[in-house]
Design a binder for this molecule. Structure first.
Ligand code: BTN
Length: 254
């Protein structure tokens, strides 16, 4: 906790050298009654998970592999908003520590110069109408060189040090990140989603642009209008119909 200026986030820190996935550990801790703000962080993940059951490369000593447990008194439908809270916090923390200006690609990718630097995976433990725990998994590429990424990943991924041209302190970034999440979380609990949504939209890559969204129900092309108060993406197709996208992979500028 050295230098960490938060009230509740990161008061309990589980640091591990090597784990399968911090997300799995956080799920277990949350089921066992871990308190709000509990952080699981590891130097290496051997089975890191991304969205849609994809693999997440988490090489030793290079990035930030962490899962944060929150316990807001909210209905489960609000959980996706936490991905957007985390995304704004990631952008702000990176801007505080580097000269870089990351952008957000809905729903959970943080890009620098068009390449992914951070992914966010928000998962939920809930009873029928109330959240027990939200587990926010954040994977940030910090000190990787190109060689750390497998060939097929090099084209689409980058790290802060590749973009900034120097090595960065992971612990300083984690501190700034927890401080930003705490500030935005408290803003959200006081004033609702609107201020978060405005911040998110100011960093978003896709708003106003032509995009293609691949969903499980098929592909939709059109102009991204923005997000709803639930964090759902709105796309207007060429016929003027507005579609609400809950989950998809998107391509920008098609
Ligand atoms: C994505 O972009 O698909 C989300 C990636 C989330 C990766 C992080 S790393 C820490 C936490 N533990 C995991 O296994 N996944 C998340």
């Amino acid at each position: 906790r050295l230098g960490l200026q938060t009230r509740t986030l990161g008061t309990m820190i589980h640091y591990e050298e090597s784990v399968l996935s911090t997300q799995r550990i956080a799920h277990t801790l949350a089921s066992d009654g871990a308190e709000e703000g509990t952080l699981v962080i590891a130097d290496e993940q051997t089975a890191g998970r991304g969205r849609l059951m994809r693999e997440w490369h988490s090489s030793k000593g290079t990035g930030i592999w962490m899962s944060l447990i929150l316990k807001p008194h909210l209905p489960p439908q609000k959980a996706p908003q936490f991905t957007l809270i985390a995304a704004v916090a990631v952008v702000q923390a990176i801007e505080e520590v580097t000269g870089l200006h990351p952008q957000i690609k809905w729903p959970n990718d943080i890009l620098i110069n068009g390449k992914k630097v951070t992914g966010i995976l928000t998962e939920l433990q809930a009873e029928s109408d109330k959240i027990n725990s939200i587990i926010i998994g954040i994977g940030m590429n910090v000190n990787q060189t190109k060689d750390h990424f497998p060939d097929e990943i090099q084209k689409i991924a980058t790290s802060l040090s590749i973009e900034e041209g120097r090595t960065l302190s992971r612990s300083v970034i984690v501190q700034r990140l927890l401080e930003r999440i705490e500030a935005l979380y408290s803003l959200y609990m006081k004033e609702g989603f609107t201020p978060i949504k405005l911040l998110w939209e100011s960093y978003a890559i896709s708003i106003g642009k032509k995009i293609r969204a691949r969903t499980i129900n098929g592909t939709i092309e059109g102009r991204a209008l923005g997000i709803t108060d639930e964090g759902v993406l709105k796309i207007e197709d060429s016929g003027g119909t507005i579609h609400q996208i809950y989950s998809a992979d998107i391509e920008v500028n098609v």
